[in-house]
Design a binder for this molecule. Structure first.
Ligand SMILES: Cc1cc2nc3c(=O)[nH]c(=O)nc-3n(C[C@H](O)[C@H](O)[C@H](O)COP(=O)(O)OP(=O)(O)OC[C@H]3O[C@@H](n4cnc5c(N)ncnc54)[C@H](O)[C@@H]3O)c2cc1C
Length: 431
């Protein structure tokens, strides 16, 4: 395992036992620092002692640099991305599975999944989402298909945490239907001139560059697009607005406009016309990352709910002692374990070079639905307390709602699965 992560963080475990904090008055509040012990991790087929070590290092950084500030960032509707990403980048977390020649740790993809899972220790959804965009969503195509010049210019500073990256696919008129985006990049001499807009862009207000999907020619919509690295400090780029949202408050979500923005054609990633295919490939990693990153959150909610319900009494007994409560929590934990198995299996097959599009769509679908079901069920058992901003379950209830929409809605996942099952109507197009 690369030494840079080790060098930054001292060895040793950082696991704290479940602890309860009780506030004054009638409310009691439970918090848990729930996570798997390294011993259990190494029993997973895809994980080793080194994965446990990476996760322990990341957990230490989360407990020191992120969790103490999450409430403040949620209230401020944003977090200082450059400041935090420099810390994560210096520790190696933006280059876990990236080549060492670009500053990465050179580890395999399973370490990236281990990292995604550990990000679930963060007590909100917004910060892990922005970290995921930087680590695993804006750069996979650049690494595989980008020129050396492009990697030096955009990848190296992104891995180091000097640049904040974002991904620009969705537009006001095209989200699920990626093929129908309208942003165009027209050739002018050695340059592209870009016009159009992008909507819902995570970290869009703070980002230094965007991995932008644009139409670069006429022709069939799956063969006329390219991914282009676009610096966001160029004339003609307008960061129009920060979008107010139901959840994910700590993440900035922007609408961006591009008016005659000029970049060299050499900023295009790989072959012209391959952008749609490259983006579909990027989506696979995005979906695995998104699924893995909610596992610990869901387990923490189940654990915290059990703790709270054990303390809380109604009708002369602990709420947890009602069979409908402890059985429901057991059902939810079982579902989480099933999702975990699917994520690990998909990871294993992906590393073996198999087409995991179907499995990645299945896990994203399941993760999206379960990430809604767990907070909803748990919140019920917290009663009125669950409806307040005092407890994590209400934040998760809001934040996790996004997973069934972002990165491909549940219905898009179902359509992909149907395509692989041969049940998708032949006269309809999906991609
Ligand atoms: C907080 C947040 C952050 C985001 N971050 C990014 C980002 O960083 N970069 C980026 O490019 N995008 C980002 N997105 C956009 C996100 O990926 C899209 O919202 C998503 O793909 C859905 O697109 P849409 O919102 O246009 O929904 P639409 O395409 O309008 O679809 C609306 C609904 O219609 C239904 N539907 C759509 N297609 C079908 C179908 N074929 N069959 C049946 N039902 C269907 C689904 O229920 C879907 O939810 C973000 C979104 C949010 C809310």
């Amino acid at each position: 395992m690369a030494t840079s992560v080790r060098a930054v963080f001292a060895r040793g475990t950082n696991f704290r036992p479940l602890k309860r904090l009780f506030t004054t008055g009638i409310y009691s509040r439970a918090t848990a620092n729930f996570r798997l012990e390294p011993y259990e991790l190494t029993h997973e087929s895809i994980f080793t002692e080194e994965h446990a070590e990476l996760r322990t290092s990341l957990n230490k950084l989360i407990e020191k640099e992120i969790n103490p500030f999450v409430d403040e960032w949620e209230n401020a509707k944003g977090f200082p991305a450059h400041e935090l990403f420099k810390k994560l980048g210096s520790a190696g977390f933006f280059g876990v599975n990236k080549p060492t020649k670009y500053g990465g740790l050179g580890l395999d993809y399973s370490f990236s999944v281990a990292m995604a899972e550990e990000l679930g220790s963060i007590k909100c959804g917004g910060v892990p989402m922005a970290i995921g965009v930087q680590a695993d969503m804006a750069t996979p195509a650049l690494i595989r298909f980008g020129s050396e010049e492009l990697k030096q210019q955009f990848l190296v500073p992104t891995i180091a945490g000097d640049y904040v990256a974002c991904l620009g696919v969705s537009e006001p008129g095209a989200g699920s239907d990626v093929a129908s985006i309208k942003t165009i990049a027209v050739k002018k001499g050695d340059d592209y001139v870009i016009n159009g807009s992008k909507l819902w862009i995570t970290s869009g207000l703070q980002a230094d560059w965007i991995c932008l999907l644009a139409n670069t020619s006429e022709g069939p919509p799956h063969k006329n697009k390219s991914l282009i690295c676009v610096p966001l400090n160029l004339p003609g780029v307008q960061r129009a607005r920060k979008i107010s949202k139901l959840g994910m408050h700590s993440s900035d979500t922007a609408e961006l406009f591009f008016e005659d923005v000029q970049v060299p054609q050499s900023y295009r990633i790989g072959q012209e016309g391959m952008g749609f295919s490259y983006q579909m490939m990027q989506f696979v990693e995005e979906r695995v990352f998104a699924g893995a990153s909610v596992l610990l959150c869901m387990e923490r909610l189940i654990n915290d709910t059990a703790t709270y319900c054990r303390e809380r009494k109604a009708f002369g007994k602990s709420i947890l002692d009602n069979q409908c409560v402890h059985f429901r929590l057991a059902e939810l934990q079982t579902e989480v374990e099933l999702l975990r198995s699917l994520i690990y299996r998909t990871t294993d097959l992906y590393m073996k070079g198999k087409d995991v599009n179907k499995l990645a769509s299945m896990l994203k679908l399941k993760a999206g639905r379960l990430a809604r079901e767990v907070p909803d069920s748990c919140l019920q058992f917290w009663g009125g307390m669950g409806f307040t901003s005092e407890v994590e379950v209400s934040r998760a209830y809001r934040d996790n709602r996004l997973l069934s929409i972002g990165g491909g809605a549940d219905e898009v996942m179902l359509s992909i699965i149907c395509k692989y099952m041969g049940t998708f109507p032949r006269d309809q197009t999906l991609f």
